[in-house]
Design a protein around this ligand. Structure first.
Ligand SMILES: CC(C)(COP(=O)(O)OP(=O)(O)OC[C@H]1O[C@@H](n2cnc3c(N)ncnc32)[C@H](O)[C@@H]1OP(=O)(O)O)[C@@H](O)C(=O)NCCC(=O)NCCS
Length: 173
């Protein structure tokens, strides 16, 4: 069985490796500037998945008003279907969940693997944005997840740069 990846906060120093994964993962990849902007937002949660020194996946989640927006998640195309994306999402929920906390995202209608991942982690489709993607005018499926009532808000990252319980609460402020 493949061991779970290490998950920690994404840093600016990770971005060259992130960009390499991003360019293989998407037909319209984010630019370096887009990642820098997301990393600069104090209320966001940006995570890296590592095997050894190597970045094998990442997740970018921003908070707008009261809702978390899952902006980006991708895994190295040579290491898929090993639970890396699930590990990233689970860590996000450990950090951000509180009872009733809401998350949303948009995903291409044709992106079956991502839709299945999101469904497995509790997201449900709740509408479409017609022609949302500029490259091929593909529709986006809008998905939402509401954290269950029994989630604990005191489970936080440990080790380097870990969030304290107070910091986790502040993220939700
Ligand atoms: C979507 C993506 C992030 C999934 O990463 P991953 O690490 O391979 O996913 P995991 O191994 O954690 O899979 C978790 C679950 O997602 C679903 N899933 C993932 N890949 C799948 C595939 N190719 N086909 C069907 N279901 C899939 C399954 O339910 C899977 O659970 P299972 O393996 O127990 O059946 C990855 O395929 C990717 O980087 N795609 C390109 C970028 C992208 O489209 N990102 C989403 C943008 S909205």
């Amino acid at each position: 069985m493949t061991p779970p990846p290490e998950i920690r906060r994404l840093t600016y120093a990770d971005l060259p490796q992130v960009i390499a994964v991003e360019r293989r993962a998407f037909s319209t990849p984010w630019s370096l500037a887009m990642f820098v902007l997301e990393l600069s937002k104090p209320s966001g949660i940006c995570l890296a998945a590592l095997r050894g020194e190597r970045i094998v996946g990442y997740l970018v989640c921003s908070r707008y008003d009261t809702v978390w927006h899952l902006m980006n998640v991708a895994v190295d195309d040579r290491l898929r279907r090993q639970g890396i994306a699930e590990a990233l999402m689970d860590r996000l929920f450990e950090m951000a969940d509180a009872p009733g906390e809401q998350y949303t995202l948009e995903v291409r209608m044709s992106n079956v693997s991502a839709i299945k991942l999101y469904e497995k982690r509790g997201f449900r489709a709740a509408g479409r944005r017609r022609g949302y993607y500029h490259d091929n005018r593909e529709d986006a499926v809008i998905m939402w997840r509401t954290a269950p009532d029994e989630t604990r808000s005191d489970r936080v990252l440990d080790a380097d740069g870990a969030l304290s319980q107070a910091a986790a609460r502040q993220l939700k402020a």
